[in-house]
Write a new protein. Structure first.
Length: 417
């Protein structure tokens, strides 16, 4: 498999072929997961119209996907430890593809809200399980490469999102039914993810540990202050990203009077900003460290979200969306990377951080839907910058810890701040 993600500038010792192959396989899995998620979110306006939903009812429907993800999280770390990341991803993508297909067919051909909700629940469960497994694998690859790369895997996710948003905008423009669009993509996502997972690193001895030991590691992670604070930061960043995923296209359709295709394209602007931030952010983190970079990006996200809501002008609001995406790009992946600083405890800690973070996806849709009913969807998104500013106080918890004695060679040197 050829190289798809370049190392940061500077001389690096050559990595073993198996690690490079795993790196590319992880990138493929991230990209296809992003394609799956954006394919649904880009067609939310079409599904809303087909089902004739108010903002609050749409928020409750979107809650089904978030609830599925949150249900997956408490056991995702245990499953990943037991099966290994590759097999966990393979199982989860079956649920993702099945859920997208059911949701699309129900919305387009049957018009059944219950069918869409069930499909979204399966989609969310599979996506949540995959999220933990692919982040654990990405962190393991990062350790072996010896430089920051996890945000670039999330950039691959964003590239997949760009593709999903673009395909969604095209499908909306040409009137392709959701029941055709989503099932066709589901087949491609299933096949491609299976291929990517086959390239993962060989399972470690950790996966063969006793069930009691795995449960103890997970419970211990819930008592670690640093892990919990990282989870809280990731929660706000997940809300920052998820609110745009769920509501940005609808907000521009309702608030700025654009059509569905333009709304999907605006969502594409957001994910382009995310992609750029995650691509160049790795270089910035390796040079200046996590803390200064996260201070800058969170402040940028807050300013961009405020501009998108308050601009009053479509083009200026789109510029705000770009800044919003750029600033929101690093919080989630850097939080996951920080949780996985100790590879031996990575699965348990990433699972805890993911559970806390995905609470935002559970609470976000109904909260913004309720506010949207009373103030309009666009105005409801003003909650985002209000939450981001106090989150700056949590950024220092992301400082990299010094490597433990006997840590694996090749682990990136710790940076202070």
């Amino acid at each position: 498999m050829s190289s798809t993600i370049d190392a940061p500038a500077g001389k690096r010792p050559p990595a073993p072929r198996a690690v490079l192959t795993a790196r590319n396989g992880v990138a493929v899995v991230f990209a296809l997961n992003g394609l799956a998620v954006a394919s649904w979110f880009s067609r939310v306006p079409a599904a809303r119209e087909a089902l004739d939903l108010t903002p609050s009812r749409l928020g409750l429907l979107l809650l089904c996907a978030s609830a599925g993800s949150l249900l997956a999280m408490p056991t995702a770390g245990l499953v990943t430890q037991r099966l290994g990341p590759a097999r966990t991803v393979a199982v989860s993508v079956v649920l993702v593809s099945l859920g997208l297909t059911v949701a699309g067919l129900s919305a387009s051909l049957v018009g059944a809200v219950v069918g869409v909700g069930l499909g979204l629940a399966a989609f969310g469960f599979g996506s949540g399980m995959c999220d933990v497994a692919m982040n654990v694998e990405g962190a393991a690859v990062e350790k072996r490469l010896g430089y920051t790369i996890l945000p670039r895997f999330h950039a691959a996710w964003s590239l997949g999102s760009v593709a999903g948003a673009g395909l969604g905008a095209g499908a909306a423009h040409f009137g392709v039914p959701v029941g055709v669009h989503l099932p066709v993509l589901s087949v491609l996502i299933l096949a491609g993810t299976m291929v990517g997972a086959r390239a993962f690193l060989a399972a470690t001895a950790e996966a063969a540990g006793e069930p009691a030991a795995r449960r103890h590691a997970l419970l211990a992670a819930w008592r670690e202050p640093r892990t919990l604070l990282i989870g809280l930061l990731v929660l706000v960043m997940a809300f920052t990203e998820g609110s745009a995923n769920d509501w940005l296209a609808v907000a521009f359709v309702d608030g700025y009077g654009v059509d569905e295709a333009v709304g999907a394209a605006v969502f594409g602007v957001f994910v382009v900003g995310m992609t750029i931030g995650r691509t160049v952010g790795t270089v910035a983190i390796d040079r200046w460290g996590r803390v200064p970079v996260l201070y800058a990006t969170i402040a940028t996200a807050s300013a961009g979200a405020a501009l998108a809501v308050l601009a009053g002008s479509g083009p200026l609001a789109v510029a705000g969306v770009a800044l919003w995406g750029l600033g929101a790009s690093l919080g989630f992946p850097v939080g996951m990377s920080a949780a996985a600083d100790d590879e031996d405890r990575a699965a348990a800690r990433v699972s805890v951080v993911a559970v806390i973070g995905y609470t935002a996806f559970l609470a976000g849709p109904p909260l913004l839907g309720f506010l949207g009913d009373h103030f309009g969807v666009l105005s409801a998104l003003g909650v985002v910058p209000l939450l981001l500013l106090p989150t700056l106080a949590l950024v220092p918890v992301l400082r990299e810890r010094p490597a433990a004695p006997g840590a694996q060679a090749g682990t990136p040197a710790a940076k202070v701040g």
